[in-house]
Design a protein around this ligand. Structure first.
Ligand SMILES: Cc1cc2nc3c(=O)[nH]c(=O)nc-3n(C[C@H](O)[C@H](O)[C@H](O)COP(=O)(O)O)c2cc1C
Length: 179
């Protein structure tokens, strides 16, 4: 069932509803202003105790993109992207005790902001999964020079979409529970 009561005239709201994962890109490069705008959006995410435990590795080297796409089957889309952002967590900025895994939520929020910012700028992107797979982390470490303090979390190829598709309808009112 589609929700027809959306504030579709609100650009920020529509951007959330209409974002889709994009895995095929044209050859067009992304200018530095757009790249910085996307990173700024990523760093605007909320984080536990505002610790901002994230680091962002911007991958533009074609050899790195190709090697990553070949080594990581679930990230094959990186191969045809002009850039990819590796979202990492810096273990030097982790909380302790019960909050020691809060960083996962923090870097997830940053990853989602990257997807939304890319879509807002007319670009396409997809969240591809590195953490919590040790084999994927190892592959990333073999290919990229990465500090031991950084935990690679998500690898997000970004570019101009080679094809677009309608958003998946995920509105399930039965999953809303009013108490
Ligand atoms: C935690 C997470 C892990 C994901 N891992 C991958 C992945 O490894 N490779 C991939 O191509 N897409 C991956 N995706 C994208 C999902 O497949 C996609 O979001 C989902 O199919 C819904 O499609 P949509 O983003 O177009 O709404 C991942 C998304 C999330 C949030």
């Amino acid at each position: 069932m589609k929700n027809t009561n959306l504030p579709s005239d609100n650009i920020a709201y529509s951007n959330i509803i209409e974002r889709t994962s994009i895995r095929k890109f044209t050859d067009q490069n992304i200018n530095d202003t757009f790249c910085e705008a996307i990173l700024h959006a990523a760093m605007s995410a909320p984080s536990g105790v505002n610790l901002q435990p994230w680091e962002f590795v911007v991958i533009r080297t074609p050899e790195f993109l190709k090697e990553l796409g070949e080594a990581l089957p679930y990230s094959a889309s990186v191969t045809n992207a002009p850039i990819a952002i590796l979202v990492c967590a810096n273990r030097r900025r982790f909380l302790e005790g019960d909050d020691s895994t809060l960083w996962v939520q923090d870097v997830s929020a940053a990853s989602e902001n990257i997807l939304l910012a890319a879509h807002a700028l007319g670009l396409g992107a997809v969240w591809t999964c590195i953490y919590p797979h040790p084999d994927r982390e190892d592959a990333v470490r073999r290919i990229l020079p990465l500090s031991d303090d950084f935990i690679p979390f998500s690898l997000i190829p970004i570019g101009y979409p080679a094809a677009t598709h309608a958003p998946i309808n995920k509105w399930h009112p039965e999953r809303v529970h009013n108490v």
